[in-house]
Design a protein around this ligand. Structure first.
Ligand code: NDP
Length: 241
């Protein structure tokens, strides 16, 4: 029987490409989203993938969301922690609100979701957890202390989960994309993109969301059981760890 995969933030941007790639690879996919009903409904219409609206930063909402997906589609065997936001600004201008919003949505969310699926994965002896970090969690970035902290945090979290799950058939891995042409990056001023970002990418372009999705499908495969605790970079050669 097809394995069930939950993709957070799975209705737009990179998450949309991940949801579609997993469906194409034979998974039964559930796509979570946070608030953009219009985009979610258009996605559902286009792909036939069911959508689940809940806030990944809210533990109880995640517990209820996981329960709803499992009631509809069966146990979640693949979790893709993809939902994320940016609230950029230099540290000396960053308020507590923007710090907490980014930590909550990008880091707390990974605990909230993983905690709610891990017991089932342990009981069944199989699980694949993939979390989307960022090049900026590896190298740091001006104006992104909050985002870099959250994205580095998920790498440490994943290594610990990988150790805990290793004897239970559960793998946990991170993908650290470079700059991908989604709304998140289009929010960066054109001038900054042209003069500061593109010249630093050796392949000379932004990534396509599908290029990240391909990494997810690789790591979620049954055959990928020996790959755990790793960080797979997909950044066009911009930063080599
Ligand atoms: P987008 O802004 O295009 O999409 C974000 C998705 O996350 C949407 O589906 C959104 O839902 C969902 N989301 C946001 N907040 C919440 C929340 N509180 N609860 C549930 N869902 C939420 O982002 P990208 O596709 O660009 O980014 C996806 C991931 O990849 C993020 O983790 C990002 O940090 C990471 N990343 C992105 C890079 C890039 O260049 N774009 C580079 C490196 C990493 P809704 O539609 O309802 O708003």
């Amino acid at each position: 029987m097809a394995r069930t995969a939950l993709v957070t933030g799975g209705t737009r941007g990179i998450g949309e490409a991940i949801s579609i790639a997993l469906k194409d690879a034979g998974y039964t996919v559930a796509a979570n989203y946070g608030g953009n009903d219009e985009a979610a409904n258009a996605f559902k219409e286009k792909t036939g993938i069911p959508v689940y609206k809940f806030d990944v930063g809210d533990f109880e909402a995640c517990a209820a969301g996981v329960a709803a997906v499992e009631a509809d589609l069966g146990p979640i065997e693949v979790l893709v922690n993809n939902a994320g936001i940016t609230r950029d600004g230099m540290l000396h201008k960053t308020g507590l609100e923007n710090w907490q919003a980014v930590i909550r949505t990008n880091l707390d969310s990974v605990f909230n979701l993983t905690r709610n699926v891990i017991e089932g994965m342990r009981a069944r002896g199989f699980g694949r957890i993939v979390t989307i970090s960022s090049i900026n969690g590896q190298q740091g970035q001006m104006g992104q202390t909050n985002y870099a902290a959250a994205k580095a945090g998920v790498i440490g979290f994943t290594k610990a989960v990988a150790l805990e799950g290793a004897f239970k058939g559960i793998t946990a891995n991170v993908i650290a994309p470079g700059y991908v042409g989604t709304e998140m990056v289009r929010a960066v001023p054109e001038e900054v993109l042209k003069t500061q970002i593109l010249p630093r990418i050796p392949v000379g372009r932004l990534a396509e969301p599908e290029e990240v999705a391909r990494c997810v499908v690789f790591l979620t495969a049954d055959e990928a059981g020996f790959i755990t605790g790793s960080t797979l970079t997909a950044n066009g050669g911009q930063y080599m760890v």
